[in-house]
Write a protein that binds this ligand. Structure first.
Ligand code: NAD
Ligand code: IPM
Ligand code: MN
Length: 359
């Protein structure tokens, strides 16, 4: 791959603000000679406003043609009353499904520099480095049937279907075992096998696939216990693999181990490691337009893009190191500041990051 073509989808709420800071990083890298090209598209509410659909055809075409996609966040109260099919959230779900982005990597690291700002005792999180691997194109998010009906007693009902096929579980299992091989060789599969049929299948497939990875230890945990263990003793985990809905919830929980949801990046990959990179957080309507959002999760997501899609580990490591450097220098947006610490804005954090990244 010579010129790397990146599609940027800023989205809604704080999306455009955090993305503007990520673009500053791309500009710096390009000025150093990196072969990068980027263009902008619409997704979510911004796409609904401009083109009448949260994942319009123009974005579909651009997304399929791009080598990688960077996304901000979608959604917001302005759009909450829209029918489900055109809500901004359908934009992100649509692009994930359309591009087959089934593997969602959400790494949670405890930054030493943020230890004091965390709500955890330092010894609970010191040195923490876990990878939450969330299946992203199946489960109750996409299962059919779903909808509304009136039941025999005349009451309104809503229903969704939790669904997994064996091949869907197998491919995410393989991603988990391969990832664990590069880490500390432990996979914890999280399910609700004591209640759900989908989880019984999930566990069976995990056990079968694990036979191909005798060097990796596989354990299982029920999701309710996992939610508790994550805050009790998070360092017991290395790779945690789970389904779409459980992974959504557990990854937001894990973000607090990293100090803030504003620090949690994510990569959503297809079978060829083409990816969509986005922070794990949402559009934060409560702070939008105020220069308050932390852009680091977005910039860390860009670092993941260089690692996973472009195999450019040096660049990825350099961006990760620049994030650590700005934290060490004491730069803090509101979400990661301790009482009494000076708070800077989104733009100022982006500028500090670019300065730290300069060679
Ligand atoms: P949220 O993640 O947007 O916000 C939760 C809390 O975290 C808020 O207090 C917010 O201010 C804070 N926060 C989030 N990102 C931050 C950042 N970068 N810096 C500082 N603080 C940050 O979740 P929500 O409030 O439940 O959802 C808001 C909207 O975002 C909804 O429409 C939801 O559907 C959407 N959403 C989108 C995505 C996505 O695009 N991938 C993810 C989650 C939620
Ligand atoms: C996330 C978000 C999305 C999800 C929503 C906005 C559809 O919460 O990326 O974590 O549930 O996957
Ligand atoms: Mn979520």
């Amino acid at each position: 791959m010579s010129i790397k073509k990146i599609l940027i989808l800023p989205g809604d709420g704080i999306g455009p603000e955090i993305m503007a800071e990520a673009v500053k990083v791309l500009e710096l890298l390009k000025s150093e000679g990196e072969q990068l090209e980027w263009s902008f598209g619409h997704l979510g509410g911004a796409a609904y406003d401009a083109e009448g659909h949260p994942y319009p055809e123009s974005t579909q075409k651009a997304a399929r043609a791009a080598d990688a996609i960077l996304m901000g966040a979608v959604g917001g109260p302005k759009y909450d009353a829209l029918p489900r099919a055109v809500r901004p959230e359908q934009g992100i779900l649509g692009i994930r499904k359309d591009l087959g982005l089934f593997a969602n990597l959400r790494p949670a690291l405890a930054y030493e520099e943020l230890a004091a700002a965390s709500s955890f005792k330092p010894e609970i999180i010191a040195g923490l480095d876990i990878l939450i691997l969330r299946e992203l194109t199946g489960d109750i998010y996409f299962g059919a049937p779903r909808g509304r009906r009136t039941n025999a007693e005349g009451h309104a009902e809503g229903f969704d279907t939790m669904h997994y096929s064996a091949p869907e579980v197998e491919r995410i299992a393989r991603v988990a075992f391969e990832a664990a091989r590069k880490r500390s060789k432990r996979v914890c599969s999280v399910d609700k096998e004591n209640v759900l049929e989908t989880s019984r299948l999930w566990r069976e497939v995990m056990i079968n696939v694990s036979k191909d990875y005798p060097d990796v230890e596989l354990t299982h945990m029920y999701v309710d216990n996992a939610a508790m263990q994550l805050v009790k003793y998070p360092k017991q985990f290395d790779v945690m693999v789970t389904g779409n809905i459980f992974g959504d919830i557990l990854s937001d929980e894990a973000s607090m181990l990293a100090g803030s949801i504003g620090m949690l990046p994510s990569a959503s990959l297809d079978v060829n490691n083409k990816g969509l990179y986005e922070p794990s957080h949402g559009s934060a309507p409560d702070i939008m337009g105020q220069n308050k959002a932390n852009p680091l999760a977005t910039i860390l997501s860009m670092a993941m893009m260089f690692k996973y899609t472009f195999n450019h580990n040096d660049l990825s490591d350099r961006i990760d190191a620049a994030v650590k450097k700005v934290l060490k220098q004491g730069h803090r947006t509101g979400d990661i500041a301790q009482k009494g610490e000076k708070i800077i804005g989104t733009k100022e954090m982006g500028d500090a990051l670019v300065a730290a990244l300069k060679k």
